[in-house]
Design a protein. Structure first.
Length: 93
């Protein structure tokens, strides 16, 4: 399973990458890269930092997992990773 196609589009389009390749995650500041590979529904959560650089936080396969279960779990993990990233950036500035 590869993300090459949406990542190449992401490099070219930045924050303007359109649906269905990217979409906002409702109720959050995060966005997701969306990719299908066979039956698999791959999602990678990302956000732009203060310098407008994309930060890829984590990904998962949504296959067989209801939206009501998948997104709360992945959002919680993304928020923890994002907070850690911001703390690390404070230490380097």
């Amino acid at each position: 399973m590869r993300f090459a196609t949406p990542l190449n589009s992401w490099n070219n389009s930045g924050s303007n990458l359109p649906f269905p390749h990217s979409s906002a995650i409702e109720g959050t500041k995060f966005r997701e890269l969306r990719r299908k590979s066979g039956k698999h529904q791959l999602r990678s959560v990302y956000i732009f930092d203060q310098f407008r650089q994309a930060v890829l936080l984590l990904g998962g396969d949504k296959l067989g997992i209801k939206k009501a279960l998948f997104y709360p779990k992945i959002i919680d993990q993304a928020e923890r990773i994002w907070k850690q990233y911001l703390q690390e950036q404070k230490g380097t500035s």
